[in-house]
Design a protein around this ligand. Structure first.
Ligand SMILES: Cc1ncc(COP(=O)(O)O)c(C=O)c1O
Length: 371
């Protein structure tokens, strides 16, 4: 695994707040999903937005991933140093973004998902100027209502154009089932609905001699239902490498599968009924998941999940002590599993890979931000 020498060798030596990853849990997560994908004949193309660390993308590749998925230009640039097959699952319309994609090493197999003619035109002009072949996936909106074409006729038009515009190469379709975030036991009806809509698109493309070689979908909440969409060829989960409080709350992983936590120090117990730690919204992020699951607050203690972060300032996290007999002391350290791990990782310069109290690896979160 690529990693820099850690400046500290034990967790006690780290300044707080700090981002920790339990390496054994992470490896079990990676292995479980690699095995699931292989077992169901699905290509695995993890989304690197969760870890933003090329060493971890290389590890995913070593375990059988066909390549990596990215959203931003820095993610593409950084990941291209570790993995030679990159899908940009985000329409590159801004000229600066397109230029940075064209500047990726020529050895990188580049594929881009998009949903409009202007995006296609810009990409084809830039690819021609750069003399590089770029694969195109037509993005379909199958219920997320964020991006993606709205009808099979629109998909056909874009696929036709992608095939005509050299040096682009039409490769298939992409969708993101990000609207399916309820408990895994309650997802089947939505997945079935999505599957029949997907069939409509794929049948129309095949009938027009534009069959989709790649049908790219998948997410962490729906991960272990992926085989229920038999025409899907590839999945792009991101969060699964670490998991988080949301993933556990919807039953897409067990609590013990949460590999990531923010190490924090108790700085005050002065106000009754709460303890305050030095990890606030700038270390954890303020994502509220009550719309999807019955879990109040912004994160919970890894070792005492009944203790949750009930409120935050930028540098303060207020732990609710209402449901516990734990009596925290000032100076005590805790590990907090955030609601949404991807945003928390993006707030930290490094991730420390730990086994017990030892730091075994330390990765720079190299693709943070946009610069
Ligand atoms: C286009 C796309 N694909 C895949 C993913 C991965 O989703 P998850 O982190 O739930 O696995 C995301 C998440 O934002 C996404 O936007």
């Amino acid at each position: 695994m690529n990693s820099a020498s850690p400046p500290c060798t034990t967790v006690d030596q780290l300044a707080t707040p700090a981002a920790l990853v339990d390496l054994d849990v992470m490896h079990a997560n990676l292995a479980r999903v690699a095995e699931y994908a292989t077992g169901h004949g699905l290509a695995l193309r993890p989304h690197a937005k969760t870890h933003k660390a090329p060493g971890l993308a290389a590890e995913q590749r070593r375990l059988g991933a066909v390549g990596v998925t990215v959203a931003t230009a820095p993610e593409a640039a950084v990941m291209a140093g570790a993995v030679d097959d990159v899908l940009v699952a985000y329409p590159p319309v801004d000229p600066g973004r397109i230029a940075r994609l064209m500047a990726l090493p020529p050895s990188v197999r580049l594929t881009v998902a998009l949903d409009s003619e202007p995006a296609l035109d810009r990409l084809s002009a830039a690819a021609a100027a750069a003399g590089r072949v770029v694969g195109v996936l037509v993005e379909l909106d199958l219920g997320m209502h964020r991006t993606g074409v709205q009808t099979p006729a629109d998909a056909l038009a874009l696929a036709h154009l992608a095939r005509r515009l050299e040096p682009l190469e039409y490769r298939g379709v992409m969708f993101y089932p990000g609207h399916i975030r309820q408990h895994v036991d309650q997802q089947l009806a939505d997945i079935e609905r999505l599957g029949s809509e997907l069939d409509g698109y794929l049948d129309a493309l095949a009938a027009a001699q534009l069959p989709a070689q790649i049908v790219s979908g998948g997410s962490t909440p729906t991960l272990f239902h992926s085989h229920r969409l038999p025409r899907q060829t590839e999945i792009r989960p991101g969060t699964y490498i670490f998991n988080d409080r949301t993933t556990a709350a919807i039953g897409a992983c067990a609590w013990r599968d949460c590999a990531y936590s923010v190490l924090a120090t108790v700085i005050s117990t002065a106000v009754p009924g709460q303890a305050v730690v030095d990890a606030g919204s700038k270390a954890l992020n303020r994502e509220d998941i009550r719309g999807a699951v019955d879990a109040p607050g912004y994160g919970a203690l890894r070792d005492r999940p009944e203790v949750f972060v009930k409120a935050m300032s930028e540098e303060h996290g207020l732990l609710c002590l209402g449901g516990t007999d734990w009596q925290p002391r000032v100076g005590e350290r805790v590990r907090i599993v955030p609601n949404h791990v991807c945003i928390s990782v993006n707030l930290h310069p490094r991730i420390h890979g730990v086994r017990g109290d030892s730091i075994a690896h330390s990765w720079e979160v190299a693709a943070r931000g946009w610069a």
